[in-house]
Design a protein around this ligand. Structure first.
Ligand SMILES: N[C@@H](CC(=O)c1ccccc1NC=O)C(=O)O
Length: 312
C-alpha cells in the first residue's frame, strides 16, 4: 500500500478470486459487454430500446412534473442536473440522485429519467445528474463531479429528509466512489441515507484490458485509484452516522464477471463495516433492470420506496 491508502498492484481482500486473469482476450471482451448477455433481443436492439425508453421517460417527466432543468451544481459547463419535484411544496423532501451508466463514455441525463414518475408520485424529489463523459472528462473528474453534485443538493436543501444515491453500471461505480470521499475536507457532510447500486463495476482492472478503455485510456494506476473494491478493503471504517444501507444489485441475465463484481463488492463493504446487502434480480438483464424503474410496482422501485419511507 502507498501513503495515500491505495493498494499496491494485485492486492485484494481475503479470498478474492481473479478469474478474469485466466480468460482469453475474446472472453474478457464478452464478459464486459453487457448487451451480449441479453436473452430477450439482439444486443443492438437492447441498446436501442434502452436509450429510447430513457428518452421517452425523460420527455414524459419533463412534461408532467414540476422541474428545474440544467441546474448548475458547479462552474463547469458539464456540471448540470435536472431536478424533478413531487406535488408537495416543501424543502424537507427525500432526494434521490441518479447517475447514469454508459462505461463513462456514453449516456446523459436527457435519456435517464426512468424512475422520475413513480418516485415523484410518492413524494420523492429526483435529481438526474450529468457528468463529463470521456473523452471530455477523465474518471477522476467524473468522481469529483458526482461528489460535488451531492454537496450541491445538501447545501441547497439542508432540511432534506435524506439523500439517496442510485447508479447504474458505470454510474454505480461513481456512486460507490462517494464512500471514499472525505466530506469534512469538503466542508459539508451530506445526509446520506441509502445507496442503490445497480449492475455496477467496482474493480476497474479487468476493464482496462478491454476495448471499452480505448476512449477512456485508463492506466492501471488510474484504475486502482478508482476501484472501490480495492480501496475500501484498506479504508477506515465508515464514520458513525454515515453507515447508510447499501443495496448491491445485479440482474439474472448478466455476465459471470458482473455477478462476481457485485457479490465481491458487497462482501468487501460488509467486511469494512458498511450495512450492505446483495440482491440478484430474476428475469432481468443489464438494461431491463433499469427500464423497469419506470414502473411503480417493480420490486426495485418498491425496495427504494420502502427504504426511503423507513428513513433507515
Ligand atoms: N457497449 C456496451 C454498452 C454498455 O456497457 C452500457 C450501455 C448503456 C448503459 C450502461 C452500459 N454499461 C455500463 O456503464 C455493451 O456492450 O453493452
Amino acid at each position: 500500500m502507498d501513503q495515500h491508502g491505495i493498494p499496491a498492484r494485485g492486492s485484494r481482500g481475503p479470498g478474492a478470486l481473479e478469474p478474469w486473469k485466466e480468460m482469453s482476450a475474446e472472453e474478457l471482451e464478452k464478459q464486459y459487454s453487457p448487451s451480449r448477455w441479453v436473452v430477450r433481443v439482439e444486443p443492438e436492439e437492447a441498446l436501442r430500446t434502452f436509450s429510447g425508453k430513457g428518452t421517452e421517460a425523460t420527455k414524459n417527466a419533463q412534461a408532467t412534473r414540476r422541474c428545474q432543468l440544467h441546474a448548475p451544481y458547479g462552474d463547469g459547463k458539464g456540471d448540470r442536473m435536472d431536478i424533478y419535484f413531487p406535488d408537495v411544496q416543501s424543502e424537507a423532501l427525500p432526494f434521490f440522485l441518479f447517475f447514469h451508466g454508459g462505461y463513462w463514455q456514453s449516456g446523459s441525463k436527457d435519456q435517464s429519467a426512468f424512475m422520475v414518475d413513480p418516485l415523484t408520485a410518492q413524494g420523492v424529489a429526483v435529481a438526474v445528474v450529468d457528468y463529463d463523459i470521456a473523452p471530455k472528462g477523465s474518471l477522476d473528474q467524473m468522481v469529483d463531479q458526482v461528489t460535488r453534485s451531492i454537496m450541491f443538493i445538501q447545501k441547497r436543501y439542508p432540511c432534506n429528509e435524506g439523500i439517496y444515491l442510485c447508479g447504474h453500471s458505470a454510474g454505480a461505480h461513481l456512486a460507490s466512489m462517494v464512500l471514499l470521499a472525505s466530506w469534512t475536507e469538503h466542508g459539508v457532510v451530506p445526509n446520506l441515507r441509502g445507496l442503490f447500486l445497480v449492475s455496477g463495476i467496482y474493480d476497474l482492472e479487468p476493464f482496462v484490458h478491454t476495448s471499452n478503455n480505448a476512449l477512456l485510456l485508463l492506466t492501471l494506476e488510474d484504475a486502482l485509484r478508482n476501484s472501490p473494491q480495492q480501496r475500501l478493503d484498506v479504508a477506515p471504517a465508515p464514520p458513525a452516522g454515515l453507515a447508510c444501507p447499501i443495496l448491491v444489485m445485479v440482474g439474472e441475465h448478466e455476465s459471470p464477471e458482473f455477478h462476481r463484481q457485485s457479490w465481491e463488492f458487497c462482501q468487501t463493504l460488509c467486511r469494512g463495516g458498511w450495512k450492505a446487502s446483495f440482491k440478484k434480480l430474476p428475469d432481468v438483464d443489464h438494461f431491463s433492470i433499469i427500464e423497469n424503474l419506470t414502473k411503480k410496482d417493480y420490486v426495485v422501485t418498491q425496495i427504494i420506496m420502502k427504504t426511503i419511507s423507513q428513513k433507515c
